[in-house]
Design a protein around this ligand. Structure first.
Ligand code: SF4
Length: 216
């Protein structure tokens, strides 16, 4: 399992309704809720952010294709909105994506660009087999702890907190291997690589104890 992005998109919120600070690879921006929902509208709301992703992906994909083809299409406009219907307990969400060109474009090219837009990466994610996995980080102690050490650091595993995200075993398999006994091989990688991987455990099932004179 390899994540698409080197660093995750992060976010945090305090008590200020409802300003979220979103951190991305090159900076930060504010997300908020509209006034009617109790926010101050100081930044885009979550629905807007979702639609922005599709809009920008569509624009970039079309621009790349148009440039590759050498077509003379100076500008592209995309608008997106969504609505939901309910059938019994089941809610269906429809996203409408409207594409237009301020300058005239012939029908054949428009048809081709419609197909290209349908296959932009974010469309494929939204229309594909999408699953959201949610993990909660635990800092509290658990009685059940198993320790593995290389003399330099000790990896502490709290099995009750492990939600089998697969992150450790897929990203550092030379250390974390569920088929091996013990499943943590402290000789499989450098101390730094092990520390780095333990920090990525989303549930707090893995933590590090520093031995000797080491500090974080
Ligand atoms: S990264 Fe943490 S939660 Fe995921 S499988 Fe490894 S120990 Fe379990």
């Amino acid at each position: 399992m390899q994540y698409k992005m080197e660093k995750p998109v992060g976010g945090s919120i305090g008590q200020e309704k409802y300003q979220c600070t979103i951190t991305w690879r090159n900076g930060q921006f504010i997300a908020d809720e509209p006034v009617k929902n109790g926010g101050k509208d100081t930044g885009p709301d979550p629905y807007t952010l979702l639609l922005s992703s599709l809009v920008s992906c569509t624009l970039v994909t079309l621009r790349m294709y148009i440039d590759y083809k050498g077509w003379d299409i100076p500008a592209i406009v995309v608008n997106a909105n969504l609505f939901q219907t309910k059938q019994g307990e089941e809610a269906n969400t429809f996203i409408d994506r409207d594409i237009s060109f301020p300058e005239p474009v012939d029908k054949e090219k428009k048809d081709r660009l419609q197909e290209i837009a349908k296959n932009c990466p974010i469309s494929k994610i939204l229309e594909g087999n999408l699953k959201v996995r949610t993990f909660v980080y635990h800092e509290e102690n658990d009685e059940k702890q198993i320790r593995y050490t290389n003399g330099d650091v000790t990896v502490v595993w709290k099995p009750d907190f492990c939600k089998h995200s697969g992150r450790c075993v897929s990203q550092l398999p030379q250390v974390f291997d569920v088929k091996a006994k013990p499943w943590v091989n402290m000789q499989g990688a450098t101390t730094e690589a092990i520390i780095d991987q333990v920090k990525r455990c989303p549930t707090g099932a893995l933590s590090i104890e520093y031995n000797k004179d080491r500090t974080g």
